[in-house]
Ligand binder design. Sequence first.
Ligand SMILES: Cc1ncc(COP(=O)(O)O)c(C=O)c1O
Length: 424
Amino acid sequence: MPNDAAGLARTDAEALDAHDPLRACRDEFVITDPDLCYLDGNSLGRLPKRTVDVVHRYLTQEWGSELVAGWSHWIDEAQRVGDLIGSATLGAASGQVLAIDTTSVNFYQLCDAAIRARPNCDTVVSDTANFPTDRYILEGLCARHGKRLVLIDDESGEEFVTPDMLAAHLDSRTALVTLSVVQYRSGALHDVAALTKMAHDAGALVVWDASHAVGVVDMHFDRDDVDLAVGCTYKYGNAGPGSPAWLYVNQRLQGSLRVPIQGWFAQRDQFAMGQGFDRAGGMRGFQIASPSIVGMRCIEASFGMIAQAGLPAIAAKAALGTDMMVRLHDAWLAPLGFELITPRDPARRGGHVTLRHADAKQIAVAMRELVNVIPDYREPSSIRLAMSPLATSFVEVWDGFARIRDLVATGKYRTVAVSSDRVT
Ligand SMILES: Cc1ncc(COP(=O)(O)O)c(C=O)c1O
């Protein structure tokens, strides 16, 4: 198969890199192996060099020397860093985002609050392709509150909830609709504004999980009248494994919603340490406990890079990079038994594409072990490959796809054992 079968030679990828307005950003990441094609930034972003300095400075000049006195300026960091996440990536004005806890905890908190805010409704709507933690938490919440959980099933394989599909499941019984902005497996991007409006018209609240969108999709929560949202910071956010997540509560709901865990950070006069819970106003009323300050520093460093680059430029590069993947798939990989399950229209996807193959699990292991390309594998039979715009180059994508092609065309991938690793 010729190397330019897709109408895209390696020199075209080099030209795209040369003209990439974000090309300087790649040099701001720690890259220990220049030969590696790291196409898994949708799962864990690379380490920004500035994070190393920022964390070192925090350890030596803040924690190390200030000791407990540091809390006088650390205390409201969840809100200050939340504002940075909001302005850089969510289209959210200040005072609506907290950087805190995990996506799962934040999802539980906001869904529970939303369900209890509609006591006369008995239905929660999500979809079968939503991220597992969301579905498991909803199962538990619905069992506890005696609600009905309805999961929409898009049988087309694209895992895309259309307005018509949602309309078929919405009525006056619906308390809550919760979906992912970008589907974790197929990469399909939902229409946040349209689906939110439909749910509002039925009287329901909406919780969006934006984990696979934050830092790569240009979102506009305030403009789109989003109610509630959660997401992580370690994927396209590049803030590091297990870095704190975030939650968004639209200003208009902050006075009326109550999260179930009443921790001390939500107490109006926190350091009076008195009897009885008296909830603080604003976003502090949604905070449980102490923020991880080292985590805050990691988010500040990496989301500062996103703010500098700007979401429009980042999203434009993601569209170009995923378009390259689609074209290389069509030319090289489809004839080898691969099938694209991600939407072909760049306006309908995020930063990753997903390819199905009968031997996907073994191919994913062989990519890492034999040809120095890192994807991730998701059941069933799916390989996810991402353009993480600040760190990934077009040549990295082109080389990665050429190596997958050769690995599968030669049948070499069959020589590796399917991994027994718990993490895929
Ligand atoms: C869409 C989505 N939601 C939730 C989570 C869970 O995140 P956490 O482990 O931070 O709770 C993930 C993790 O990858 C995710 O992709």
